[in-house]
Design a protein around this ligand. Sequence first.
Ligand code: DX5
Ligand code: ZN
Length: 222
Amino acid sequence: MTSVLISPSILSADFATLGEEIRAIDAAGADFIHVDVMDGHFVPNLTIGPPVVKALRPHTDKPFDVHLMIAPVDPYIPAFAEAGANILTVHPEAGPHTHRTLQAIRAAGMKAGVSLNPGSPAALVEPLIDLADLILVMSVNPGFGGQRFISSQLRKIETLRAMIDATGRDILLEVDGGVNPETARQCIDAGATVLVAGSAVFKGGPSQYKSNIESLRPKRLV
Ligand code: DX5
Ligand code: ZN
């Protein structure tokens, strides 16, 4: 079985002590650190930008999995690269030139991700797949943590799994939104390889982070 990576979303962390929170999820076994960047325009919420990513960089060696919910994207690519982002994921719904954006992300030395809103079809990824290192399926409408998983997205995960397998490339297939131990299993069964979770990881405070992360991983049968 391919192993599943867990990418805690710091949107559910204590923003007053973000450095400590990052160190705590790193020690608890997080594989990536998911950073949600929102602009109050592409999504109806505002969060953080490159200066915060830069300030957090010394607190962990784990890859920063940065999810941009902003429009436009291109003017900010150099700042995220300089801040220490490792994976930069963008939404094709946010602008007409996603192909060029993915080229620019790779040219800046980062891995490139493509993310789809729940209302967008898997087919949007097809012309971009050669430039994608990661595909992110939003299983809630982006903008807020703590929402309920939209089950219809499981079919999209299955479709994208088949598209990825057909390329023969090792493209990560990530799911974001409403992931808990039950929906995590459904996502893994559908072919996901990276799970983002905010509320399910941060609930209960630092003493619970390790067991919360482990509860999302596939159970061993033996
Ligand atoms: C939503 C964000 C998610 C969110 C996940 O726009 O992209 O990363 O923080 O939070 P939970 O796991 O609580 O749904
Ligand atoms: Zn996200």
